[in-house]
Write a protein that binds this ligand. Structure first.
Ligand SMILES: Nc1ncnc2c1ncn2[C@@H]1O[C@H](COP(=O)(O)OP(=O)(O)OP(=O)(O)O)[C@@H](O)[C@H]1O
Length: 243
């Protein structure tokens, strides 16, 4: 099965229900950041976060999304992850998607580390036997030892991120969605985490990552899409750097 993502005239608007919308529109019209401001049929201001995007991502594509603040990168990643539905246009996806947009989301603070690993597996639709087979690997990776038997609310923020990262990166996915390169933990853990991410990215058929870091895009991407005010400004191959 070849993974793909196909968008046709894909658009996302955010209506803004605000009494002071007239002055609001005037103030934001001249900004260089953000999506374009228009208005809907009821004359409410609407931010056009993504406007009529057309693209095809296919097996092997490593797509870097770049663009100014508010150009639509995160909105596009959320649409691809299924968090937002397009307001107009079509999105077709073939392949299992793993989204690393908010790795801590869904952790239950009152459940132990082990229970959270199990719960996330259930939420991801994995069979209990498969989850059990993954638990040891995930637990080992976190280096949290006995803490995994304690409720997550007793963890430091770094410990919580270790657990969330280890769980979220234990998936097998055809399509990987990321907002910037995930960096978690102290120096030692973050080196381990980078190596784990490299493997995950290497195994994914398609990667879509938004980043403000040109060196990262040059290192891991094969294609760069530049968004501006929710539209595609350019879509070009990334030429590998000569060492
Ligand atoms: N939930 C929301 N409600 C209203 N407007 C939104 C919402 N989310 C995003 N927007 C608007 O949509 C536009 C695109 O935002 P988005 O977060 O996709 O940009 P971005 O390219 O990821 O920016 P950054 O580089 O700052 O992360 C912006 O104008 C933003 O104000």
């Amino acid at each position: 099965m070849e993974a793909f993502i196909r968008a046709r005239d894909l658009s996302v608007d955010f209506p803004i229900y605000d009494n002071s919308h007239r002055s609001f529109k005037k103030k934001v019209l001249n900004l260089t950041t953000g999506g374009r401001i228009g208005s809907d049929a009821g004359k409410h201001p609407v931010v056009s976060a993504l406007a009529e995007l057309n693209f095809d991502f296919s097996h092997g594509d490593r797509v870097g999304l770049v663009g100014h603040n508010g150009s639509g990168k995160t909105t596009l990643l959320r649409v691809l992850s299924g968090v937002y539905a397009p307001v107009r246009g079509q999105l077709s996806v073939r392949g299992k998607i793993a989204s690393l947009l908010d790795v801590s989301m869904g952790l239950d603070p009152d459940a132990t580390g082990f229970e959270n690993i199990y719960l996330r597996g259930i939420m991801d639709g994995l069979k209990p036997a498969l989850i059990r087979s993954k638990i040891d690997e995930i637990a080992d990776f976190t280096d949290l030892g006995e803490y995994l038997n304690l409720p997550v609310r007793t963890y430091s923020s770094g410990m919580m991120l270790r657990l969330a990262f280890a769980i979220s990166t234990s998936v097998e996915a055809d399509i990987l969605i990321m907002d910037e390169w995930l960096s978690v933990g102290d120096a030692e853990f973050s080196a381990k985490a980078a190596a784990r991410l490299d493997v995950l990215v290497g195994n994914a058929a398609i990667l879509v990552i938004a980043s403000h870091n040109p060196a990262l895009i040059a290192r891991i991407c094969t294609r760069k899409i530049h968004l501006e005010h929710g539209r595609v400004l350019s879509d070009e191959p990334v030429v590998p750097e000569v060492q």
